[in-house]
Design a protein around this ligand. Structure first.
Ligand SMILES: *Cc1c(COP(=O)(O)O)cnc(C)c1O
Length: 392
């Protein structure tokens, strides 16, 4: 059966599963072996060669989910990002990266690339023309994120892909925020798709992993470096990730629905200045998002009005936790000013549209009414405390 023709939840549940020939168990057996005989087979299986039975099975599932020929799984999202980038860059090459990058990727580029003689530029905005402006004669890779962190900006995938193709440049996307449920960038011409599987693929805040999906030719090129860098994932975690992805379609679609409800709820509150969610018709990227996304995702952000103290608000939440990570079945929030963007100067933050009252919200699968009640009581408490503090 052609795997690409199966529906989302069928791929999530079944593609790449291993058959338990010995006991006929319902799920993939876990092969923890790090040593495989090669007397009668020519494949030398070894965890760091990315070819144990469980790794190969899960790679098939991820490739089917992203509509690609092939995939690789890594020990973390950053192992996937760094290996994919380095596989296509060498000394003297140049890469164009989106300005609003995931913090770890920004650190990788700014702290490491100069050591290897790799040049880089950041875009000034997130539109295709912003990428075009930074392209030089030696540009080999364009790297983007859409929806981006934390303002959920939307970049036109088809436009960036055709820009890259015309110039013979490889295009790469960090597709973590959308997940393969909501966005398949390869369908719009993007070459390489990267995920932090720690997020929606894992979905339960108990796995750290990464994935790259692309053509077999690109994946083979990345593999050649990956086996030397050694960023493979433990087979136990591979097995756990396979189990998690079985429910990814159900989880993410529930999160899409909840996020839209929460975005509308927040939009109607007087104590909220702005809501950033690509599913809202008022969002700057709504029309492009409608074209390239199947769902608008579970991530949104909102700005509390200046008279609502953001840290009191966060501390007052009872059901929703404050957390650095995202995409779990549980709802979490964070303040970019106090965490991911704390090291930036207030001016740089302001230039990127990140105010002190901005809250990033990873919407979980709880009942939306309970999330609304929690936010309502936390705003009330934060307003009261802010009022008392200003009276003193
Ligand atoms: C978390 C994250 C990463 C890095 O993934 P790790 O699994 O933490 O290494 C990369 N990109 C995005 C968008 C992320 O959210």
């Amino acid at each position: 059966m052609e795997e690409k023709n199966k529906g989302l939840n069928t791929i999530c549940t079944h593609v790449g599963e291993l058959e338990d020939k010995q006991y006929k168990g319902a799920i993939s057996p876990l092969y923890m072996s790090s040593s495989y005989a090669f007397d009668d087979v020519d494949v030398k299986r070894y965890p760091r060669y990315f070819n144990t039975p469980n790794q190969e099975g899960l790679c098939k599932k991820i490739a089917a989910l992203e509509h690609t020929e092939s995939a690789l799984i890594f020990g973390s999202g950053m192992a996937a990002v760094s290996t994919a980038l380095m596989a296509f860059l060498k000394a003297g090459d140049h890469v164009v990266l989106q300005q609003t990058l995931y913090g770890g990727t920004y650190n990788l580029v700014t702290e490491e690339f100069s050591k290897y003689g790799i040049e880089f530029s950041f875009t000034k905005g997130w539109e295709a023309k912003d990428f075009q402006e930074e392209i030089k004669g030696n540009t080999k890779v364009i790297y983007l994120e859409t929806p981006s962190n934390p303002l959920l900006t939307i970049t036109d995938l088809a436009a960036v892909a055709s820009l890259a193709k015309n110039k013979g440049i490889i295009s790469m996307i960090d597709n973590t925020f959308a997940s393969p449920v909501n966005q398949n960038p390869v369908d719009f011409g993007i070459d390489i798709v990267i995920h932090s599987a720690t997020k929606y693929m894992g979905g339960h805040s108990d796995i750290c992993a990464g994935a790259v999906a692309s053509s077999s030719e690109n994946i083979n090129r990345i593999f050649q470096l990956a086996k030397n860098f050694g960023g493979s994932l433990s087979d136990y975690t591979v097995w756990l990730l396979e189990r998690s992805i079985k429910t990814m379609g159900l989880r993410v679609r529930a999160q899409n629905e909840n996020a839209l409800k929460m975005a509308n709820f927040l939009n109607d509150l007087d104590d909220i200045d702005a809501v950033y969610y690509p599913g809202l018709p008022t969002h700057t990227g709504h029309d492009v998002a409608k074209r390239q996304m199947k769902g608008f995702g579970g991530m949104l952000s909102f700005e509390l009005r200046p008279y609502v103290d953001a840290s009191v608000f966060q501390k007052s939440l009872k059901l929703i936790k404050s957390s650095m990570s995202l995409a779990g079945v549980e709802s979490t929030v964070l303040s970019p000013t106090q965490t991911s963007h704390a090291l930036m100067s207030p001016e740089v933050r302001a230039a990127q549209g990140i105010s002190d009252g901005l809250i990033r919200f990873s919407v979980g699968i709880e009942e939306p009414e309970d999330l609304m009640a929690d936010i309502g009581q936390a705003i009330k408490k934060a307003k009261l405390e802010t009022a008392i503090a200003s009276d003193k």
